[in-house]
Design a protein around this ligand. Structure first.
Ligand code: AN0
Ligand code: CP
Length: 316
């Protein structure tokens, strides 16, 4: 695997999930693979899970990690070409990415959308430029539109807990007080539409995700109807894609509760975290027996390790 930006970079999805589950059983079998190799993790936004799980995955493979909090510790980056840099930006992405590429064998990048201009965010300009100028393989730590390491961990979690061959998986929108990216939901849809599951997306009207990611997934605006017989409920807020970046609804009826769980087939509940308790998800679910959120976060290590292993094998 050269870059890991989207599910489309994965040739064999079940194979990658299987690899991750094998690494979970035997984490240190490939300690030599990453010897004398360095991964740089560049954050333009905060992170707990992605930051630590990716470092741990790299360590299990024998790699060294450099973490750069670009938003706080780096020079302000310019991404536009041909501009005269007489304002606030100090360094162009052309140099910054190329220089990082001199120090690292693989680079992980987290860069959220601004949620102001749909075209700007969905063109993934920052990521594409980083890939172009770094000259080394790039792994997404969440881009403007996708979060593939999260979705792989989600699929691993479903795979290791499922009790039916083809479980029903419902992605449900949840309320939030802030305008959040569509990345986690887009990415989950992109992976679930390729997995052996019955996939349904439910959200209030006005929250349709981009068709390029949802494909032919069933969209059901009635949450109760969508939840009927569900085996997994994946809870996530996102801001409007149609009325780009806007928050239309704070409707607390969309929060997942034990009452709503009664509509499901005793569904397991997932969330990428961080989660707002009492807004997106009720405490009773997060603290109850149906929550998979901690196991899911734990699986971020094995997702990252399977991806880094595959990338190391292709640069050897
Ligand atoms: C981010 C998001 O929704 O994309 C990161 C999730 C992994 N969440 C928040 O900003 C709260
Ligand atoms: N789920 C996830 O990516 O969490 P962080 O933002 O803390 O990395």
């Amino acid at each position: 695997m050269k870059n890991f930006i989207s599910v489309k970079d994965v040739l064999d999805i079940p194979g990658l999930v299987k690899e991750a589950l094998e690494l979970k059983k035997n984490p240190y079998n490939f300690k030599k693979l990453g010897e004398n190799k360095t991964i740089g993790l560049i954050f333009l936004n905060p992170s707990l899970r992605t930051r630590i799980s990716t470092q741990k995955a790299a360590k299990n493979l024998g790699m060294d990690t450099i973490v750069m909090n670009m938003d706080k510790e780096g020079w302000a980056l310019e991404t536009q070409d041909g501009v005269i840099m007489n304002h606030n930006t100090v360094e162009h992405i052309r140099e910054a990415a190329a220089v990082m590429g001199q120090y690292c064998d693989i680079i992980g990048v987290r860069s959220f959308p601004r949620l102001v201009d749909k075209h700007e965010d969905y063109s993934e300009d920052f990521f594409n430029k980083f890939i172009k100028y770094a000259g080394v393989p790039i792994v997404s730590l969440e881009s403007a539109t996708l979060h593939p390491l999260q979705s792989l961990a989600d699929l691993i979690t479903i795979e290791e807990t499922k009790t039916k061959a083809r479980p029903k998986v419902v992605l449900t929108w949840a309320p939030h007080i802030k305008s959040l990216p569509q990345a986690v939901a887009n990415s989950f849809a992109e992976w679930m539409t390729r997995a052996d599951v019955e996939f349904v997306i439910t959200h209030p009207e006005g929250y349709n995700l981009a068709k390029e990611f949802t494909g032919n997934a069933r969209i059901e605006y009635n949450q109760d109807k969508a939840l009927e017989g569900a085996d997994y409920v994946y809870v996530k807020n996102w801001s409007s894609y149609e009325d780009y970046g806007k928050v239309h609804s704070m409707d607390s009826h969309w929060m997942m509760t034990n009452e709503k769980l009664k509509l499901t087939d005793n569904a397991k509940v997932m969330h990428c975290l961080p989660v707002r308790r009492g807004i997106e998800l009720a405490d009773e679910i997060l603290d109850g027996p149906n929550s998979l959120v901690i196991q899911e976060a734990g699986n971020r290590v094995w997702a990252a390790q399977a991806v880094l292993k595959s990338m190391l094998e292709s640069i050897k």
